[in-house]
Design a protein around this ligand. Structure first.
Ligand code: ADP
Ligand code: MG
Length: 412
């Protein structure tokens, strides 16, 4: 692909991201305004209790950052590497991962080489974060081997940002990582991440999601690691910060394993893609853009196959009806019974198909991933989608069986 081509798509992606963040922000602002209005109108009246409850909830809800950060607040983000590290950065051999007896990832083998930028994608709740935790040695694999390579220094940006110690001030957080630094150096570092003056004395547990994300980045910069494991690092960041992070990662000379739903970032950075789907990870040896092109083609092929299957089903159905019409009186009752079952089964299939479409649309909405509630919701929806797909498979099998039964009955 030519430079201009990919650059154009990069610009378009950035623009789309700005628009979608702007929409999400505006939407949230509208919801907040409506809530505040309700609270104002009801706080002293009959619905006072409810209004107070809502006020409490509203005060706790995470706020999206404005898509346009204040001037001069761009992050001072530069990611250096202190040592080159070994050639094999992460090794997975026959890895199977389970939670509570449920298999998330089955028999995965791959090696991340120095300099790779791996984009790791897959539905919410499929096991990406669990995989990263296991790679960092924080949880066991059920079988196989999973580890970072020799002389690899990893820095791990968690999805929940728990690497930021909650009970310390921002000043202490940075000073703990650089004990030899003088006061003004610690403050200077914090200022580069948007915390100036007294803000350095804030405790991490008073921070908003966006602020905590900036502290997490300020910590990551100091690590000078040669391997970054990033689990949805853009979730809480405003656009300016996302772009600063994207630029810094683009300049970074180490190896990256990036879990993200941000297509612009994936397209701009990745040289390789891992796609987690139904417990299997596909290791795609190209950029995210190339992967998208391939999967579009595959989706098209799948849509064609589905359409063919549907028309076959219609033909079959038609035949069944035809035969029913020529049926003798004695088997009418039996046929009616089977026909009823075919109908029920069809209804079930249709309902499940509808559910799958709806859940897929829901999960594809980028705005869902912009709030913590949304992320929780998407986890649930992801599970529901798996469940609906599984049920749909069963329902289709059942439908095939009763249809065949009906055909046999009409043939006799
Ligand atoms: N410690 C745990 N105990 C039980 N279930 C867990 C645990 N951690 C994750 N899960 C479950 O494992 C699945 C995968 O979660 P996760 O790795 O966070 O997915 P992803 O990062 O791909 O969205 C989810 O269904 C989640 O509820
Ligand atoms: Mg996750």
């Amino acid at each position: 692909m030519s430079y201009s081509g990919s650059y154009e798509s990069f610009v378009v992606q950035r623009e789309e991201r700005r628009l979608s963040q702007r929409r999400a922000f505006d939407k949230q602002r509208k919801v907040i305004a409506e809530e505040e209005d309700y609270i104002r109108r009801n706080i002293a009246g009959q619905n006072s209790k409810q209004a107070k409850g809502r006020r409490k909830r509203l005060s706790r809800a995470p706020r999206l950052s404005s898509p346009t950060a204040e001037e001069g607040s761009a992050l001072g983000l530069r990611l250096d590497v202190s040592a080159r590290g070994g050639d094999q950065v992460a090794i997975a051999r026959g890895v199977t991962l389970e939670v509570e007896g449920r298999t998330l990832i089955s028999d995965f083998t791959a090696t991340i080489q120095r300099g790779d930028v791996v984009g790791f994608v897959g539905p919410n709740g499929s096991g990406k974060s669990t995989f990263l935790r296991a790679l960092m040695g924080e949880r066991d694999v059920s079988s196989g081997e999973l580890r970072v390579g020799g002389s690899v220094q990893a820095s791990y940006y968690r999805q929940d940002m728990a690497q930021v110690p909650m009970d310390r001030t921002l000043y202490d957080v940075i000073s703990d990582l650089r004990p030899q630094w003088e006061r003004r150096m610690v403050q200077g570092h914090l200022a580069r991440f948007g915390f100036s003056g007294d803000e350095a004395q804030r405790r991490a547990d008073t921070l908003s999601g966006g602020e905590r994300a900036r502290v997490a980045l300020a910590m990551m910069v100091l690590g000078r690691a040669n391997f970054l494991l990033l689990d949805e690092p853009t979730n809480h960041l405003d656009i300016e910060s996302v772009e600063a992070l994207e630029d810094a990662l683009g300049e970074y000379e180490g190896t990256i394993l990036l879990v993200s739903h941000d297509r612009a970032m994936l397209e701009a950075l990745t040289s390789r893609v891992w796609i987690l789907h139904e417990r299997h990870i596909t290791d795609f040896p190209g950029s995210f853009t190339e992967w998208e092109e391939q999967s579009r083609e595959r989706e098209h092929a799948a849509a064609v196959t589905a359409a063919e299957r549907e028309s076959l089903r219609r033909v079959k159905e038609h035949k069944t009806t035809k035969r029913r019409e020529t049926e003798g009186v004695e088997s009418r009752a039996a046929l009616r019974e089977v026909r009823r079952r075919v109908e029920d089964s069809e209804k079930e299939v249709a309902a499940l198909e509808k559910k799958v479409v709806e859940l897929t649309a829901l999960l594809e909405d980028p705005e869902l991933y912009t709030t913590r509630e949304g992320t929780a919701k998407s986890l649930l929806a992801g599970k529901e989608l798996d469940e609906a797909r599984r049920k749909l498979d069963i329902a289709l099998e059942k439908w095939t069986a009763v249809t065949e039964q009906a055909e046999q009955l009409s043939a006799t």
